[in-house]
Design a protein around this ligand. Sequence first.
Ligand code: IPE
Ligand code: IPE
Ligand code: MG
Length: 247
Amino acid sequence: MGILEKIDNSKLPIHIAIIMDGNGRWAKKRGFLRILGHENGVKSVRESCEACAELGVKFLTLYAFSTENWNRPKDEVNALMNLLVKTIKAETPTLLKNNIRLQTIGDFEKLPENCQIELKKIIKETEHNNRTTLVLALSYSSKWDIVNSVKKIAEKVKNNEISLDDINDEMINNSLTTGPFPHPELLIRTSGELRLSNFLLWELAYSEFYFTDTLWPDFRKNDLYKAILDYQNRERRFGKTSEQISN
Ligand code: IPE
Ligand code: IPE
Ligand code: MG
C-alpha cells in the first residue's frame, strides 16, 4: 500500500502551513548560485498546492519571504522579488485550472510596486475559486502582525468604539492578517531547522509540528503525504487527558 492510500480522508487537516526552507543549501551542494535553489523551489510549491487541492486540504499557507529576509544581500532580495512576479504570472493558469484561490498575509505595502500589482491581479482573478486557498506569507513576520493588531485594537479603545473588556481571543484573531483563515492544524518545516523563525506564533498555539531534513527544492507530493500521515497518528489532547479524548 502506498503512502497516499494510508491517508484517512476523514481526518485531513483543514489547514497546513509550511516553512519552505533549504533552497540556499540545495544550490550550494550543487555549486550553484543561491537563486537557483529558489527557482527550483517553485516546483515544490506547485506540487504542494496540487496535492492539497487533490486531497481536499482547504488552506495551504506558505512562508515565502519573512520580514527578516529583507536583510539578505540586495541581489538575493531583488532576485526573489523578480522570481515572485515571474512565478505569479506563469502560475495563474494553473491556479485557475485547479480552482485555487490566492491570498496573502504580511506587510503587503512593503513589497515592490510591480509585485503588488501582479498579486492584486491574481487575487482578484481567483477570488471565487473554492477548492483550496493558497496563502502566501510575504514580508510576513508574526511579531509584525501582532504589533499591528495591538495597534488596531488600541485605536478602537482610544476612540471609545470598544471597551477593554471587549478584547478577547476572537478580536485578536480578527485583527491579524491571518484573521480570515482557520488556524493550521499542521506545521511543516523543511531542511532540518528546528525553529519557527517568527512564523504564526499565535496561530500555531495548538498545531502539530513536523520537521523533515528534506530541502525545499526536493519536497514532493509524497513528502507532504508523509507529513499528513504522521499528523494523523498523533493524539491531539488540547489540555485534556488521553482517556477523555478516547471516550
Ligand atoms: C528558504 O530557503 C527560502 C527563503 C527564506 C526565501 P533559504 O534561502 O533560507 O535556504 P537556506 O536556509 O539558506 O538553505
Ligand atoms: C524562514 O526561513 C523564512 C522563510 C522560509 C521565508 P529563514 O531561512 O529565513 O529562517 P532562519 O533565519 O534561518 O531562521
Ligand atoms: Mg533558510
